[in-house]
Design a protein around this ligand. Sequence first.
Ligand code: HBI
Ligand code: FE
Length: 299
Amino acid sequence: MLTTVKPRQEKHGLAGGQTAQPARADWTIDQGWKNYLPEEHAVWKTLFERQSRLLPGRACDAFVEGMKNLPIGAEQIPDFRALSEVLMQRTGWQVVAVPGLVPDEVFFEHLAHRRFPAGHFIRKPHELDYLEEPDVFHDVFGHVPMLMNPAIADYIQAYGEGGLRAQKLGVLDKLARVYWYTVEFGLVQQADGLRIYGAGIASSFTETVFALEDASPNRIAFDLERVMRTRYRIDDFQDTFFVIDSLDQLLDLSRIDFAPLYGRVQDQPDHAPGTVLASDCVITRGTGRYAAERLAKAG
Ligand code: HBI
Ligand code: FE
């Protein structure tokens, strides 16, 4: 049982969304909050209550702080207008509704202008732990609380600007890995222990425990070039999690000119997701048990 979001092609052709392009060129739609059905709010409630029991002591301080100051509760799917009002005051961000995955350049354009595209739909009761595309729970519960943190708010805007540049340079796959191993599946070392800041973990009932407590995955200190060369899993638990010392480290990242880096990594081979390098600063070397079981199952 695991919650992962729909495979985003590492090749980054058009995003894998099943949805046809909506009327607007920027792929936004009205959230239509009043049209949500009671059973949709009920799925939100189940997911919200499950994660809220799990996250204390596991989610980073910024996540807890952000969630506390946002109109996000158990009873209902949040109204994006109410979220945007608070976010705009705090970090200049807003949440816009989209049908699902949108093309890369549309996604980057929104991020570059501090608009977070959030899936308006919610998963079905039978797919609580497996998801085709980022739904409102992944995007709003997982990502939005972190947008209240100034460092993350600046970092994700910089990622949007960088994505538009990386696309033109043909190195989007390298940059997407940086996003994946930070914004989606990042861990941060706090004084009181390792904590989650990645939305893909924070919104996942099963990966929340796996990422912090399972002996199977590697946990390695974040290194930009190393991450740019490391492939990721798009439909299963990560084999390796990368750890930053503080969210401000991401701010430093967003000030680096990636162009020379792209040049260096372009000709170097990629690393498989579970690799541990002699040059790595290893926080915990995983047993690889989960990956071995996956391999055995695949036969
Ligand atoms: N679209 N709605 C949405 N959400 C995403 O997270 C997203 C996307 N399109 C492209 C994409 N992510 C990734 O391919 C980029 O981060 C590279
Ligand atoms: Fe996400």
